[in-house]
Design a protein around this ligand. Structure first.
Ligand code: COA
Length: 432
């Protein structure tokens, strides 16, 4: 059958499309700014038609109504990465968190948490009947391939990204058309502390390196200090607007990459319309599912891979807590461990945990003798490499416990150094 006929036959309203979902189903939602919000809103409006539907998602942008208190009994969140709209649901016992590395999510959704219905957002079909997963390929494309049923929000404004991003209309059970800008993430505020961290991180970046950058003010601050570098490359779980600026100014050329030379490789995008316009139909941006992009073995095939991520606390042994404050889960593992391990496999690779030395407006040190009770260790002391604050760079990998503690104290906020020094002297039975 011609693809146009399939598409027309399966085109319907969101109200009709959600009839594919039944009580007790496990439903996966498209990721981050790819969340199919026009459909999830209608689903929330019809909550009384559903009981015990499990909603699986990683980063949830948009309103996440399915995680609100009045959804209890109808929808239950199983989050793989918490954030603004979803952390309260888990904290208040109305939702669950499943720890996992981003790279393993497609396999989990196929084998351990098989999906009844995937609700995704895609571009309009091309002339051959293929839609693109656009800004979020990550687990979204693999989940659509393994789910029993697929509902697609077809957004005329979703960029058509290239790489391995496409589904044929025949692989999708229902289409709900919308014409709406993709959710934008505002530019972060970069203050003096972030600038100092960025400058220190940039000292560890050499011409020709390939970078993975997380999200937020610190990664964007790092980019500010890379303007004099040459031939940088990108192999990252995500990129934001700052990367586009360095591509357009000729700093990022991807020319020296040992895997996918010439291409910016990512699994999802999160930024402003400028980023989405840049990625649209652009052969220079290669997007693949996350079980490829974040696979430490694949990451490690990039020589000189530098990963830059952040955390909540680092203890004096170098254990890194990135996803919880004590027992309270605030985010997730994401790609942090994937890229730290990938950087280790990379010839010439380096991994950086970049943090402000304090939290809570200077009241709390992020470098601590012990992690808060109940905190999860995201990156173990055997995987950690560099820790960077606004006060300097601590190299931990291959160093003794005593040397690690000493160099972490050197980059802690001066207000907290005396307490840390006391702990050092008690622990190691020697003068600091
Ligand atoms: N003690 C108590 N609270 C702390 C804290 C500490 N040591 N460190 C941070 N917090 C609080 C902040 O006050 C803030 O609280 P609020 O939301 O109520 O304002 C919250 O935790 C988030 O901290 P902040 O520093 O604003 O977050 P961020 O946007 O810079 O993100 C991480 C930092 C660690 C949460 C984030 O980088 C992350 O989730 N990392 C793990 C996943 C990862 O690395 N993925 C790979 C790249 S995408």
């Amino acid at each position: 059958m011609e693809w146009q006929k399939i598409y027309e036959e399966r085109k319907m309203s969101a109200e009709e499309a959600i009839k594919l979902i039944h009580s007790g189903d496990r439903v996966v939602l498209g990721h981050a700014v790819g969340v199919p919000i026009a459909i999830t809103d209608v689903l929330a409006d019809h909550k009384d038609d559903y009981e015990n539907v499990e909603i699986v998602q990683m980063v949830s942008m948009g309103n996440a109504r399915f995680a609100e208190p009045d959804m209890e009994g109808h929808f239950r969140l199983n989050s793989l990465f918490l954030g603004g709209h979803t952390k309260a649901a888990v904290k208040e016992g109305r939702g669950d968190f499943t720890p996992c590395c981003f790279s393993e999510v497609p396999q989990l959704l196929e084998e351990t948490l098989p999906i009844d219905v995937a609700i995704i957002q895609v571009s309009a079909p091309d002339k051959n009947g293929y839609v693109s997963c656009g800004v979020s390929v990550d687990y979204t494309l693999p989940a659509a391939r393994s789910a029993k049923k697929v509902i697609a929000q077809v957004n005329k404004q979703m960029p058509r990204t290239l790489g391995d991003t496409a589904l044929h209309v025949a692989e999708i059970d229902s289409f709900v058309e919308i014409d709406h800008p993709v959710i934008e993430l505002g530019l972060p505020k970069i203050g003096d502390v972030e600038k100092a961290i960025g400058e220190n991180c940039a000292k560890l970046v050499k011409d020709g390196d390939t970078l993975q950058l997380g999200i937020g003010a610190i990664p964007d601050a790092v980019l500010l200090f890379l303007k004099e570098k040459k031939d940088l490359g990108i192999h990252s779980e995500m990129i934001s607007d700052g990367v586009v600026e360095l591509i357009e100014s000729g700093v990022i050329t991807n020319a020296k990459k040992t895997l996918h030379p010439g291409k910016t490789v990512v699994t999802f995008l999160m930024g402003t319309q400028r980023l989405y316009d840049y990625a649209d139909d652009n052969q220079a941006v290669a997007m693949y599912p996350v079980d490829y992009v974040n696979d430490p073995y694949v990451v490690g095939q990039n020589d000189n891979l530098v990963s830059i991520n952040s955390c909540v606390q680092v203890d004096l042994m170098g254990q890194v807590a990135s996803e919880s404050v004590g027992l309270t889960q605030i985010s997730g593992i994401g790609g942090q461990v994937d890229f730290i391990r990938g950087a280790r496999l990379s010839k010439g690779g380096r991994s950086i945990i970049a943090i402000a030395s304090t939290a809570a407006k200077g009241k709390i040190s992020k470098i601590v003798p012990f992690l808060d009770e109940g905190a999860a260790v995201t990156t173990s002391r055997t995987d950690v490499d560099y820790v960077v604050t606004e006060y300097g760079i601590a190299k931990l990998r291959g160093r003794t416990l005593r040397d690690r503690a000493r160099s972490l104290i050197e980059i802690a906020h001066p207000d907290f150094r005396p307490g840390l020094v006391q702990e050092f002297e008690d622990r190691f039975h020697c003068k600091y």
